[in-house]
Design a protein around this ligand. Structure first.
Ligand code: NLE
Ligand code: FE2
Length: 295
């Protein structure tokens, strides 16, 4: 169980339209005035955006492109060594730039023919029902700002590197994109906040932080591992459990550190059949049924 809201710096707008991005005191950019100003500059158009309008473009600065380059350069050999094949195939097919931050529309143009997914801009946290539900329509909400330059190797807060390098390379794989659509359909069927939270928790331990036994090795498929060149080196040291949906939804944990407990699929089939099947069958009664079975 976790609160996704804690991952994001809240974005608010006053009645006069002025936008504020609230960075926590321990955020690495908290005392960096230029970073704070930039976060507002990027968040404001995303907050004002309406579906049907062109996705706001961001003119990324040299230092932002440098963060992107650093993370891509550090991740490349780690992906080869530690990511599942399905991710590497998606990454190859999508062919994201490694020398500059791409625009969301460019990423959508690449994803469309591969899996039908497209990106909508997110200023910060998108309400859970909207974020998960829209996956059913092939829409993924993506932030546009970058992590603070002082800590490129890991951020608890999703940034465009996490969304695009982590999620979009996965979404470029049609079989994995299908799992996300099933999660979206499950979210749409939920009528209770508890049901929706359950979907979010299983999503967290699969699509965000899932690992997989593949060819006798433990590899990562979770976007949160695949976008952090710090955490990707550590997941093999975590406590690895077999897939258990009830445990995923009831485990309490800290979202601001490397995850100490992870769940491993036994090959791609367990992700595309069992996890996708869980989402396909999910309704508001599922949590009670699984709790009963676990008791
Ligand atoms: N820890 C990830 C990263 O540094 O890219 C982001 C995780 C967002 C849930
Ligand atoms: Fe994510």
């Amino acid at each position: 169980m976790f609160d996704e809201g804690q991952l994001y710096s809240p974005v608010t707008a006053d009645e006069d339209g002025s936008v504020t991005v609230h960075l926590a005191d321990d955020h690495p950019g908290a005392k960096d005035e230029e970073y704070r100003r930039r976060r507002v500059e990027i968040a404001a158009p995303a907050l004002a955006w309406q579906p049907g309008e062109p996705v706001p473009r961001v003119e990324y600065t040299d230092s932002e492109n440098e963060i992107w380059r650093t993370v891509c350069r550090e991740l490349a050999p780690k992906h080869e060594r530690l990511a599942i094949r399905g991710f590497l195939e998606g990454k190859e097919a999508l062919g994201l730039p490694t020398d500059h931050v791409p625009q969301l529309d460019e990423v959508s143009a690449g994803l469309g023919p591969l899996s039908g997914f497209r990106l909508h801009p997110a200023a910060g946290l998108v309400p859970l029902d909207v974020f998960y539900g829209s996956l059913a329509d092939g829409v993924f909400h993506s932030t546009q700002y970058l992590r603070h330059a002082s800590q490129p190797l890991y951020t608890p807060e999703p940034d465009i590197i996490h969304e695009v390098v982590g999620h979009c390379n996965l979404l470029a794989n049609p079989a994995i994109a299908q799992v996300k659509r099933r999660a979206g359909e499950a979210a749409r069927r939920c009528e209770t906040p508890e049901g929706l939270q359950y979907v979010a928790d299983v999503f967290w331990f699969t699509i965000e932080f899932g690992v997989m036994h593949e060819d006798g090795e433990l590899r990562a498929y979770g976007a949160g591992l695949l976008s952090s060149y710090g955490e990707i080196e550590e997941f093999r040291g975590a406590e690895i459990r077999p897939v258990d949906f009830h445990q995923m939804a009831t485990l309490a944990y800290d979202i601001s550190h490397y995850q100490p407990i992870l769940f491993a699929c036994d090959g791609m089939g367990e992700l595309t059949d069992r996890v996708a099947g869980f989402f396909a069958d999910f309704d508001d009664d599922t949590p009670a049924r699984l709790a009963h079975e676990a008791a």
